[in-house]
Write a protein that binds this ligand. Structure first.
Ligand code: NAP
Length: 522
């Protein structure tokens, strides 16, 4: 039995008991087991804070940035093993595995580069000093210092590689030790990456720990200066927010949760126009990459009423050509969902949406290539449609975390924006049009309810980064049901791992203070 080890208190430790199995979701075979039973979490957390935190804070931003670059090199050296694990444990094609693995490497490289620009400081200056006394002898300077606790990451199953490093890169650059708890279903890839980095001895002891298995008791040892970054469902997010450690110790929490992301085709589009085609291509991509298991994937597609039928046909035609099945088979473009449980969940969500929506393209019409449909967690992409977008309330409420999207017609832009807002806060909305003025107005109108607005126009057709791709330069997170969190966005990400303090002192002391810090500019 391959029981994956936990790395805690600076040493590898096995949990007790038989553990929870991890499966190949295509073949149904067991791959490994995880257990966190019997681990002394309090000891491990103390070690991370005291040994890892102290060592990291002794370094400058430039030195920590260099560590990130080294971590990237270690991961590069083992890259092929990550692709193998991803295909086996997540059921993804090589291309879809790359979204996770290359995304992780790219994000690490970016933070290594940005961190270098912060130089040899150990604290950051937030803004300029301000006068408190009229003559300037007494001033105030906002200072950002690394939090003196640990960063606990509780991650979702869909991005086991990127999900770790998009959080760990800014945390480690800030000087904050990391404890990651990957989602059980796909914990293997995260565990292997931590094992490789640990074996290479790149990071100081205690800087990176991992707990695989049950989350029972995970948050109990949290202390006032710790931070928690959670990615997962809104239901678990509610438990995290109300945990006694959070309510009693004011532990800072970042939540990335469900999202009913929208794509909006602007009103002047017509069937076959450039923006029409761009929307069709992007919707198909978002529905099928990682089998739609992306928090940013397009779930609702808003189109002018006169385009509804033509769009339904154009998307369906492209979906018909998607081969679904065993990702090891040539020609298969969409692999499986991460588990049979997820497949059941997606089918249940689809059945719910079907109460209020028509079937425009049936995923069940896809043969499952080179895999047993009774075993593999594979399903074809399904396009639904609701001609009355107001009445189809479930479409604006239920997140089906799989290859499913719903087409919704609108009469005018005001109505489309109101319907999009019924998602109650999302990670991303994409806008498709040709007129820069209209695009700018639509983006400004959607910005309050979305963490990111992604506009696609013909001149960026081959350059834009994709509706669902999270770029480290741009903010990731969204208001309302999306969790209210903020990640990435360049050096903005460092805010979460620093404590802001206002230092009020005489001008000479403020000047000395300013000389030791690096000014945080975005
Ligand atoms: P989940 O069931 O909420 O699990 C997320 C993580 O929380 C897992 O590591 C899970 O561990 C852990 N967990 C479960 N119960 C817990 C508890 N009581 N206390 C502490 N931790 C607990 O979500 P999921 O099914 O893995 O992920 C799918 C969801 O994530 C979707 O709804 C998707 O929208 C959302 N998501 C959001 C983003 C974003 O950036 N906004 C990104 C990806 C996914 P176990 O696996 O061991 O149960």
């Amino acid at each position: 039995m391959n029981l994956l080890s936990n790395h805690l208190a600076g040493r590898w430790q096995h949990g007790s008991g038989p553990g929870t199995p991890l499966f190949d979701p295509v073949l149904g075979t067991e791959l490994a087991r995880v257990s966190s039973e019997g681990l002394d979490l309090a000891e491990g957390f103390d070690y991370a804070r005291e040994t890892g935190g102290t060592a990291l804070r002794a370094l400058t931003y430039r030195q920590r940035a260099a560590l990130l670059a080294e971590v990237g090199q270690v991961l590069q050296a083992h890259r092929e093993a990550y692709y193998d694990i991803s295909m086996a444990n997540s059921g993804t094609t090589r291309k879809d595995s790359g979204v996770d693995i290359e995304g992780a490497l790219y994000t690490l490289a970016q933070y290594a580069k940005w961190g270098e620009s912060l130089g040899d400081a150990r604290a950051l200056l937030d803004g300029d000093a301000m006068r408190l006394a009229k003559d300037g002898t007494f001033q105030s300077q906002h200072l950002l210092t690394p939090v003196r606790g640990l960063a606990l990451f509780i991650n979702a199953f869909n991005f086991p590689a990127w999900g770790l490093w998009e959080k760990a890169a800014p945390a480690l650059l800030s000087g904050v030790p990391v404890v990651v708890k990957p989602a059980t279903a796909t914990a293997w890839l995260t565990q292997r990456m931590v094992a490789d980095v640990t074996a290479a001895g790149v990071l100081p002891p205690g800087a990176l720990s991992i707990v695989c298995g049950s989350s029972k008791g995970l948050m109990d040892p949290l202390r006032p200066f710790d931070v928690v970054s959670f990615t997962g469902s809104a239901d678990t997010a509610a438990l995290i927010r109300s945990h006694v450690a959070v309510t009693r110790h004011s532990v800072r929490v970042n939540i990335e949760a469900d999202s009913l992301n929208a794509a909006l085709l602007l009103p002047d589009a017509s069937p076959g126009s450039a923006s029409f085609e761009l929307l069709v291509g992007e919707v198909v991509r978002e529905m099928t990459v990682r089998s739609g298991q992306k928090c940013t994937a397009i779930r609702r597609v808003f189109v002018p009423g006169h385009c509804y039928d033509a769009i339904a046909e154009a998307i369906s035609a492209k979906l018909r050509g998607i081969a679904v099945g065993n990702p090891r088979s040539d020609g298969v473009r969409m692999g499986s969902l991460v588990s049979r449980e997820q497949l059941d969940g997606v089918r249940a969500g689809l059945a719910q949406l079907r109460e209020q929506a028509e079937l425009l393209h049936d995923g069940a019409s896809h043969p499952i290539v080179d895999a047993d449909p009774a075993v593999a967690a594979c399903m074809g992409p399904t396009l639904l449609g609701a001609r009355d977008a107001h009445a189809a309330s479930l479409v604006h409420e239920v997140e089906v975390f799989g290859p499913v999207a719903t087409l919704l017609p609108y009469r005018d832009l005001g109505e489309a924006q109101a319907l999009i807002r019924r998602g109650e806060g999302s990670l991303v909305a994409s806008v498709y049009g040709t007129d820069p003025q209209q695009i700018a107005e639509a983006a400004a109108a959607l910005a309050d309810s979305h963490g990111r607005v992604h506009a696609v126009s013909p001149e960026v057709a081959s350059l834009h980064t994709g509706h669902g791709n999270v770029m480290p330069m741009s903010l990731h997170g969204g208001p309302g049901r999306a969790g209210g969190g903020e990640e990435l966005g360049g050096l903005r990400a460092l805010n979460f791992y620093h404590r802001r303090s206002a230092v009020q002192a005489g001008a000479a002391a403020i000047e000395r203070l300013a000389a030791t810090g690096s000014r945080l500019t975005f």
